[in-house]
Ligand binder design. Structure first.
Ligand code: AMP
Length: 445
């Protein structure tokens, strides 16, 4: 399917062409025709599926058509609520890009910037307002915003609103909206409270769910490096020497871990910045902007911080730490996937993370290729409780004919003794090359 099959007006088609979009993503294909028919939508989709365009394009088209035939005073006709400042900025950027030939006006409001700059915009006419809930309520209480004429209400990332305790603010905003309106409701997950909210505001909605994330993960080139925890930083610096890695989003489990990775990369003269909850909004925004404009090649993030960022042209995701929840792995590597383009995801797996890796492989129904030929390869100890084929990880190397075996135990259950043993069996680094010649990989003794 092409965008031209979706009955879109030519100013929008031209803008999409300028953006380089050739065909709609699944959620766009499913949602746009219904939204153009003024249907309510309940969309279950993650960031990275093209959901912003799925709601922005038809919203722009509806409002632009309306303006052609109506003399109504120009007031806010569409409100988009989103949980974070980063998302709010990205959504407004999308409205700017797709609506560049339409002459509709939009504004974005969120905390942490001077109120004056935002209210100045609101004093003029605005067709579309993108907002975070708290700031919007604050401005409404000061009579800067009137939502009485909203026709299209979009709630983005509803489950994040719940996680971040914004759901009551959302409910307050809802009381200020007209009863008769079109509502588009998007959430990555549908916990009970979110479904309850959706049921209370949607009228006969079209339900749209994009393909389960785990299957999409298979379009991404994935590999794993087995490495000792203490060698991860050197392995990362080593990999980043390759010009093939044009941009990398590196994931760590903790905020301190992210800072440490940045410090170590800086020692290796690699420009990197961290983005996580301990950084101020301004620092996060600056790091993101530097990364997007390619001034920084490496962005190190925790999962929570990364959920809010949307980056085009990301060539590599590197899992410095393997996440303990398999779904998180899929969300992370999705970052390299942009509307069908396939990126590369590399994971570093230490002794304690093997159980997590196995869970991930089960979720994505795929064995991740093992890269053996690197300077920090780790020999895995044989696990006496190993149960054979279940514990195998495929290898991309041609050096070894037999499939290597990996430790099967859940890291949480590993005894300190087994850890001690595994440490003993690791080669000291100085002997590494020789050891590699002796076929390092699991079972390749
Ligand atoms: P979103 O899920 O809205 O965060 O979008 C993810 C990314 O996909 C954004 O960077 C968009 O610019 C990009 N994108 C959205 N729709 C398309 C499309 N049809 N073709 C190519 N890229 C797209």
């Amino acid at each position: 399917m092409l965008f031209t099959d979706l009955n879109l007006i030519s100013p929008i088609l031209k803008a999409l062409e300028k953006e380089g979009y050739e065909s709609p993503t699944p959620i766009q294909e499913k949602a746009i025709p219904h939204i153009l028919q003024w249907r309510d939508v309940l969309g279950s989709a993650q960031t990275g599926t093209g959901k912003t365009a799925a709601f922005a394009i038809p919203t722009l088209q509806i409002l632009s058509r309306e303006r052609e035939v109506s003399n109504m005073p120009r007031t806010i006709k569409s409100l988009i609520l989103t949980p974070t400042r980063e998302l709010a900025i990205q959504i407004e950027e999308s409205f700017t890009a797709y609506g560049k030939n339409l002459g509709l006006r939009h504004a974005v409001v969120f905390w942490w910037v001077s109120q004056y700059s935002q209210t100045e915009k609101l004093r003029k006419w605005i067709d579309i307002l993108v907002a975070t809930p708290g700031r919007l309520l604050d401005l409404m209480n000061q009579w800067f915003v009137n939502l009485k004429h909203v026709e299209i209400f979009i709630l983005d990332e509803a489950d994040r609103m719940l996680d971040m305790w914004f759901i009551n603010d959302v409910k307050k905003v809802l009381t200020k909206l007209p009863v008769k309106k079109q509502t588009l409701f998007f959430s990555a997950t549908m916990p009970k409270e979110i479904l309850g909210l959706a049921n209370s505001i949607l009228v006969n909605p079209i339900k749209i769910e994009v393909a389960p994330v785990s299957s999409t993960a298979n379009t991404i080139k994935q590999s794993v490096y087995f490495v000792r925890k203490n060698d991860k930083r050197e392995l990362l610096a080593d990999l980043l020497k390759s010009p093939e890695i044009a941009s990398a989003l590196v994931f760590t489990r903790t905020k301190h871990g992210a800072n440490r990775v940045v410090e170590n990369l800086e020692k290796a003269w690699i420009v990197a910045e961290a983005i996580h909850g301990n950084k101020s909004q301004n620092a996060r925004q600056r790091a993101l902007s530097n990364f997007k404009t390619k001034q920084t090649r490496v962005l190190v993030a925790t999962d929570i911080a990364a959920r809010w960022i949307d980056i085009d042209d990301l060539s590599h995701v590197i899992n410095y730490d393997i996440p303990n929840e398999s779904e998180t792995y899929v969300h992370r590597i999705w970052r390299t996937w942009r509307a069908g383009l396939s990126g590369t995801a590399i994971s570093f797996c230490d002794q304690d993370e093997i159980g997590y890796l196995q869970d991930i492989q089960k979720l994505i129904s795929k064995k991740i290729d093992v890269v053996e030929d690197h300077d920090f390869a780790m020999k895995m100890p044989q696990n006496p409780t190993s149960t054979g084929s279940k514990n195998q990880v495929s290898s991309s190397s041609k050096k070894h004919t037999s499939k290597p075996k990996i430790h099967n135990s859940n890291p949480k259950n590993q005894t300190s003794r087994s850890t001690q043993e595994s440490k003993k069996s690791f080669p000291p680094k100085k002997n590494f090359s020789e050891h590699r010649k002796r076929k390092l990989w699991f079972g390749g003794r």
